[in-house]
Write a protein that binds this ligand. Structure first.
Ligand code: GLU
Length: 322
């Protein structure tokens, strides 16, 4: 008898530090399509750990813009669900528990380096490698006495020691990838803030996520997250990374590229179907930028067609929408 497939669960996990623009709307649409095409459950999770940059007003506008685009979700901050809360700033207990487990199992070490020192090391030539890991500082090797002395001057951050092995994975869009050395990283900063990598993995485990579709910028976070899944004794999801959107100057989309926020386009009277069509066309799903609804694209979901290269918005792209 064939083994029954685990039900598919996917998520869109925006950081509410700005308005939804064409780039993150593209990731949201593709993540939604992947899950809806598989008849799965879609989650929305707000990743607001960076309290200085994130604002509740942005969370509200992200939700409004996604609804306007025609996207929906089965679990999330506004609709609830049994795996909540769906807002990272309310999930501290989960992260603390994971940190205790990682500490108990010997995966973490206290790091006393300053930001500048860590940056210097990350950019150092390979001749300066320590113990084969170019991004591991000497803090891992401090004796308990040395640690005590350092702790008098500085509260440490907690770093995860990456296993010294190459990490391979098959990405749904990017194909086979291998990372020889991803470098250690902070799971908790000196000021107590939980690191992105840890929070995402703890939440993906707790929320039963089977499929992650996200932006290309996170492709090289994946080996670190896979190592965390392993250390926490959990099965990782399948990953797929969709193209980033750039302006004509090759920079990530922002205000300087004109009206790229969905709310602005809406105010200008652009129909949501036009945006959906533009995204589906630019990412490679449909041959022409025909207006359509997300629902219409469910039959068109072919991850193999999705562009690997970044999408560069031509200066006159608004003309295509009129
Ligand atoms: N919150 C992250 C971002 O907005 C995405 C995290 C993820 O999808 O793993 O870039």
């Amino acid at each position: 008898m064939p083994t029954p497939k685990a039900p598919v669960r996917g998520r869109f996990a925006p950081t509410p530090s700005g308005r939804l623009h064409l780039g993150n709307a593209s990731t949201a649409l593709l993540a939604w399509l992947q899950i809806r095409s598989a008849g799965g459950t879609m989650l929305l999770r707000m990743e607001d750990l960076d309290r200085a940059r994130c604002k509740p007003a942005y969370s509200a506008s992200l939700i409004e813009d996604m609804h306007w685009l025609g996207l929906d979700w089965d679990e999330g901050p506004d609709v609830g669900g049994e795996y909540g809360p769906y807002v990272q700033s309310e999930r501290g207990a989960f992260y603390r528990e994971a940190i205790l487990r990682l500490q108990r199992d010997g995966w973490l070490y206290s790091c006393y380096c300053s930001r500048a020192e860590l940056l210097l090391m990350a950019n150092a030539p390979h001749g300066l490698e320590q113990e084969g890991n170019p991004r591991r500082c000497g803090c891992l090797y401090l004796s308990p006495e040395e640690q005590e002395t350092r702790a008098e001057e500085k509260t440490p951050s907690l770093h995860f020691a990456m296993p010294d092995r190459e990490i391979f994975f098959a990405d749904g869009v990017a194909g086979a990838r291998s990372f020889p050395s991803a470098g250690d990283f902070a799971v908790q900063r000196a000021d107590g803030i939980i690191g992105y990598q840890l929070a995402v993995v703890v939440d993906d485990i707790a929320m039963g996520v089977t499929d992650v579709f996200r932006g290309w910028d996170l492709l090289d976070s994946t080996p670190r997250q896979l190592a965390l899944f392993d250390a926490l004794g959990a099965e990782p999801p399948r990953y797929a990374h969709g193209p980033l959107w750039l302006g004509e100057d090759g920079k990530r989309l922002s205000k300087r590229h004109g009206s790229v926020a969905l709310s602005e386009l809406r105010e200008q009277g652009v129909a949501s179907e036009r945006i959906v069509g533009l995204i589906a066309w630019a990412t490679g799903l449909i041959p022409e930028p025909e207006p359509c609804k997300p629902q219409d694209l469910i039959g068109q979901w072919t991850p193999g067609r999705i562009a690997q290269e970044a999408i560069v918005l031509p200066g006159n792209w608004m003309d295509r929408l009129r």
